[in-house]
Design a binder for this molecule. Structure first.
Ligand code: C2E
Ligand code: MG
Ligand code: MG
Length: 420
């Protein structure tokens, strides 16, 4: 497949396409200029010129019809193709009224096209408006990011870091959360907040999640083997949880992907847990419920991530096949100083208990929080206190030598005096 983010160099006079051609992309002009032309009675009528900062060829993509006019380079130019999928993905998410306006505008323009006079050729092109300039800059930044993510996938620049999840009452290692990192050759280690939102906007998240699932199949057998070295301090039901988005549930055959990965790696489905944030879950609860039900039926655990921040409707919560609630760290950090946050945590713990799911406190940074949460009956904890997200070799070493005593969420018993 052609990489549509690669620049195209078009020499002056070269024809990019003719009217009637079927197009699969629009183009941003990075430098140089192009002419839009129609052939009439053997003559060429130039309808307009476009220069740097402008887009052309978008109409045939927006209304999925043949090119309305031809394009040739008026001067040497560099073009950045914007693929059909890149536009359609955004169009699908646009406001339907705006989409209707756009379709109407294009239909009117197509109707008027035969009447356009050759005198148009003399018209000077208007410089782009300031808003068009801002849109151009934003479009260019998004396309550059998309290109970089596609390249990152092709060049294996992603890695899964692992953060321990601990049984608070015993200090035993219960699992890990897999968190993606990008080793960008130019920027170094990039955190997910810097690229996951863009990957969601462009739809590339589906390919990234497919990579995550594949990578879990590769690394999880090693993690489970390492855990066998410390049977007293690591739970036999050790799991790895990973993050998915609403798009993954809606658009890809995720249960199928996971099933194939489990088949290849020989892992038990119970060793895997999906995490989906509360806010994405509430975007389309019915759609998510169907996909999650399939995953749950296959044996996977289902966790609601960042719980307490996404306005869950409790009626939806009770119909979703969830097994775990992860309490957002926004409530954990201020919990010791703020009675209100402490009460919220207590309420979520009671809710988890009522609906029969496991609670995990996220963002535990100190022993005092771990102890308070243990006393409140929270089952599992995760946070810098127990360990930051770490590369695979470090996680394997931690699992093989896990020190449960160090991480019990209760203060150590006072040493018994020798002569009592
Ligand atoms: P999350 O799933 O809620 O993951 C927990 C985040 O909190 C991680 O940030 C983790 O490093 C951070 N964290 C853990 N303990 C502490 C703590 O004690 N204090 C503080 N301040 N932070 C703590 P990270 O790795 O930067 O990930 C951010 C978010 O990016 C994740 O939030 C998740 O929503 C998303 N993400 C990460 N990996 C993936 C992935 O593979 N796919 C998708 N779709 N999203 C991912
Ligand atoms: Mg998570
Ligand atoms: Mg979270």
């Amino acid at each position: 497949m052609q990489d549509t983010s690669d620049h195209i160099h078009l020499p002056a006079g070269a024809i990019l396409f003719e009217a009637g051609a079927i197009g699969d992309c629009a183009y941003l002009i990075l430098s140089g200029s192009i002419e839009i032309f129609l052939r009439r009675d053997g003559a060429v009528a130039v309808l307009g010129r476009r220069g740097p900062g402008e887009i052309f060829g978008e109409m045939a993509i927006l209304d999925a019809r043949p090119r309305s006019a031809g394009i040739r380079a008026a001067a040497d130019c560099v073009l950045l193709p914007v693929g059909e999928a890149q536009i359609r993905q955004r169009l699908a998410g646009a406001d339907p009224i705006l989409r209707l306006c756009l379709e109407t505008l294009i239909a009117r323009f197509r109707e008027a096209l035969p009447r356009l006079a050759p005198a148009e050729a003399e018209r000077r092109p208007m410089p782009p408006s300031p808003t068009a300039r801002a849109d151009f800059d934003a479009a260019l930044a998004a396309l550059t990011q998309e290109h970089a993510l596609r390249r990152a996938l092709a060049r294996h620049e992603f890695a899964l870091y692992l953060q321990p999840i601990v049984r608070l009452a015993t200090g035993r290692l219960a699992g890990f959360e897999a968190l993606i990192r990008w080793h960008d050759p130019e920027r170094g280690l990039v955190a997910p907040a810097a690229f996951i939102p863009a990957a969601e906007a462009s739809g590339q998240i589906v390919a990234i999640t497919a990579w995550v699932i594949d990578e879990l199949g590769r690394i999880m057998p090693g993690i489970l083997r390492a855990a066998l070295h410390a049977p007293a301090t690591v739970e036999p039901s050790l799991f790895v949880s990973f993050n998915v988005t609403a798009q993954d549930l809606a658009r890809s055959d995720m249960p199928g992907l996971i099933g194939a990965m489990l088949g290849r790696s020989g892992l038990a489905p119970e060793a895997l847990k999906l995490e989906i944030t509360e806010s994405t879950l509430m975007q389309d609860p019915a759609g998510a419920a169907a996909a999650l039900a399939r995953c749950r039926a296959a044996g996977l655990g289902i966790a609601v991530d960042d719980f307490g921040t996404g306005y869950s409707s409790l009626s939806h919560l009770s119909t979703l096949p969830i097994t775990t609630l992860k309490i957002d760290r926004a409530f954990i950090r201020p919990m010791l100083a703020e009675p209100r946050d402490r009460r919220i945590v207590q309420t979520i713990l009671r809710l988890a208990d009522e609906i029969g799911v496991v609670a995990v406190a996220e963002g535990i940074e100190g022993a005092a929080e771990a102890q308070a949460l243990t006393a409140m009956g929270c089952a599992l904890g995760q946070g810098y206190h127990f360990g930051r997200p770490m590369p695979l070799p470090d996680a394997l070493a931690r699992a093989a030598s896990w020190d449960a005593q160090a991480w019990r969420g209760v203060p150590p018993a006072p040493a018994t005096p020798l002569s009592a």
